[in-house]
Design a protein around this ligand. Structure first.
Ligand code: ATP
Length: 243
């Protein structure tokens, strides 16, 4: 979920308001990343830059050495994550959130996810590389499964067809919450005047105001083109919004 593919710099800045990221913020402080491929490294590096403690593990000694020399992780260990004893010894079971970033080795990814859940980690996020992999990860207890190639493909397609969409949260296949640029046609109009519910079947949840979101804005609030608004509704109704 993001605003990739949006050319205008003004729009790119708006996406950094990160409405959905704010919603997802948890109090998690301790993370572990298992598997240091491109995906795992990106997760570890971003968490580390945000000031979180990140424990990184991989079966490949070189990848572990690399992450330490690049100063991406607080701690890094070489272990085989299919071995519960190795996970325990490395301290993986004491983490709040563990990211299983093993995409290509399906068997190792499934066994690792099962081990980590059985070890008592409250929040396990696992990376899938196919639909069936996704199903298996859910079956063994992953709390959240990501399929980055699929998700990026969908996001790209959306941003190509609806450039005003900054962020997207799919509630089910038919309904979503989206963060969109306020269309030119809405500029200077109040929320009451726009009658989003009766005209478009959408509910307005928030509008951006000076770098922050105002949740449940009052009906008299005037919208400004180029700022962001967050609406909830069916995908069909969302696609009826003017660009
Ligand atoms: P990328 O992110 O680079 O596109 P990926 O996420 O699909 O790739 P993989 O190629 O699946 O990554 O491997 C991720 C890492 O997982 C590799 O560095 C690999 O050494 C590590 N790995 C694989 N099996 C195990 C295991 N049993 N224990 C620990 N690490 C493992």
């Amino acid at each position: 979920m993001n605003g990739e593919g949006i050319a205008e710099s003004k729009l790119v800045n708006l996406s950094s308001l990160s409405f959905f990221q704010n919603l997802r913020t948890t109090r998690t402080k301790q993370f572990a990343v298992i598997g240091l491929g491109r995906f795992g490294r990106a997760v570890a590096s971003t968490l580390h830059k945000q000031g979180y403690d990140v424990l990184c593990v991989d079966a490949d000694e070189e990848k572990v050495a690399q992450i330490l020399s690049d100063r991406i992780a607080t701690h890094a260990r070489q272990i085989d994550s299919t071995q519960p004893a190795a996970l325990r010894e490395a301290g993986i079971f004491e983490q709040d959130t563990v990211i299983v970033a093993i995409g290509n080795y399906v068997q190792e990814s499934i066994i690792t996810t099962l081990n980590v859940k059985e070890g008592g980690v409250p929040h396990v996020v696992a990376k899938a590389s196919s639909e069936i992999h996704m199903k298996l990860l859910k079956k063994v207890g992953a709390d959240h499964v990501v399929f980055p190639e699929h998700e990026m493909g969908c996001t790209l397609a959306r941003s190509l067809t609806r450039p005003g969409i900054l962020d997207y949260f799919e509630l089910d296949p038919e309904n979503s919450i989206v963060e969109v640029i306020v269309p030119e046609q809405f500029d200077g109009k109040t929320i009451a005047e726009l009658r989003l519910r009766s005209s478009y079947g959408l509910n307005l949840l928030a509008v951006s105001d000076d770098g922050r979101f105002e949740i449940n804005p009052p009906p008299g609030k005037r919208l400004e083109k180029g700022t962001a608004m967050v609406v909830i509704g069916s995908n069909q109704n969302i696609s009826r919004l003017p660009v």
